[in-house]
Design a protein. Structure first.
Length: 385
């Protein structure tokens, strides 16, 4: 695959007084320009002279993660599309897929946004943080109901990509006025439960420690533990580099092995365990989506992706969602299961074997590196009319 350099620009989007919390977003493109993207992240309303309309990807993350976790996915996706277009140029024929740009949006209580909203989150956003609030921020951002980002998204062909909580938030974002028009929405392992399965939606394990003496120690300790060993190293480093902040002090129950625990400033999660738990405690948002899921499939083409391993959401729940909530698999624009992947899909995890590297691209799909014709068939189907 071709190497690509992912460029980005960070923004703070402030929807107040339309919504009481700010959010942080990142805009992505690649350099140098190629067939896979427009030449620069300018919003002049123009599009390049190609046979297809370039798409703008809108990413939403899952609980406990943040906007930067999509970066390895984007790097791999750009590289794969570049290779696909190179081969099409050699062999002739085929449709081009062009990405205009990509945006990734933090939930207001996650990532950099959580730091900016730290005090405001104490005003009614504990012990429950509604996923609908994430959807409201996505809506405000895409409709320009705020300041800090001057882009007219009505001139963009939008493709929403949401993982877990972010999948539900993306669907909820289309319920507000003025309306958002997505050309399609890709739901990856959506956290979706009916009332009869709500008891399965909350985590049953004790959260791990959230304070370390340094980012270096956090990375070392995580890398040595089973839960994080399966993560693509790029994702783990992003989790540490972009997901941790300086702590006021190290707690006495920290997992740190460094001397002076409790006496020195360490690092802790930007999304506090309290806010992560508050997000898990929302039993309303995903049950409402369950109730109306078939209607959503009629409003916008939905591409549903599950991991083959049912490690978090049991298969009988997924079957219930497909057959009952959605009214049958035929109501989806496409349905895929990612081999060797669980709820986190990937590149949180990679599997080596078979024809070589068999790695999943974060919350999109698993990519066979050979033969190339097997790469992303669902994605091209999803976004090319």
């Amino acid at each position: 695959m071709h190497n690509v350099k992912l460029e980005s620009e960070s923004f703070v989007f402030d929807p107040r007084p339309n919504y009481p919390l700010v959010t942080t977003v990142k805009r992505y493109w690649i350099s140098p320009p190629s067939l896979t993207t427009t030449s620069s992240p300018k919003d002049d309303g123009s599009t390049p002279n190609t046979t297809t309309t370039p798409i703008t990807l809108i990413f939403a993350h899952g609980t406990g993660f943040h906007k930067e976790h999509w970066e390895p996915c984007l790097e791999d996706l750009y590289a794969l599309i570049s290779e696909q277009q190179r081969r099409q140029g050699q062999e002739g024929g085929g449709q081009e897929l062009e990405i205009r740009e990509a945006w990734s949006i933090d939930a207001p209580n996650h990532g950099d946004a959580a730091v900016l909203n730290e005090k405001d989150l104490e005003w009614g956003f504990e012990p429950i943080f509604r996923w609908e609030d994430y959807g409201r921020v996505i809506h405000a951002f895409l409709t320009g109901l705020g300041t800090g980002v001057d882009v007219d998204f009505t001139k963009h062909k939008l493709v929403g990509v949401g993982h877990s909580m972010g999948a539900i938030a993306t669907l909820l974002s289309i319920n507000f006025f003025p309306s958002i028009t997505f050309s399609s929405i890709i739901l990856v392992e959506p956290m979706l439960y009916g009332q009869h399965h709500l008891h399965l939606s909350a985590p049953t394990t004790t959260p791990p420690a959230d304070t370390w003496s340094s980012k270096e120690e956090a990375y070392r300790l995580m890398k040595s533990r089973k839960a994080w060993k399966v993560w693509d190293d790029r994702v783990l480093r992003i989790y540490v580099d972009s997901g941790l902040r300086e702590s006021r002090s190290l707690s006495s129950d920290s997992t740190s092995t460094s001397p002076g625990v409790g006496k020195e400033r360490g690092v802790t999660l930007k999304c506090t365990r309290k806010q992560e738990t508050a997000s898990y405690n929302d039993g309303l948002s995903h049950s409402l989506i369950y109730r109306d899921f078939e209607r959503y499939t009629k409003r916008v083409p939905i591409h549903l992706i599950y991991g083959e391993i049912n490690d978090y959401v049991p298969w009988f729940v997924k079957e219930d969602i497909i057959n009952n909530a959605a009214g049958g698999v035929h109501n989806f624009a496409s349905f895929s299961r990612v081999p060797y992947a669980g709820h986190l899909v990937s590149p949180f995890s990679c599997h080596q074997g078979g024809l070589g590297s068999f790695c999943a691209i974060h919350s999109l799909h698993l990519a066979f590196l050979h033969p190339f014709e097997m790469l992303f068939p669902w994605l091209f189907y999803a976004v090319v009319p």
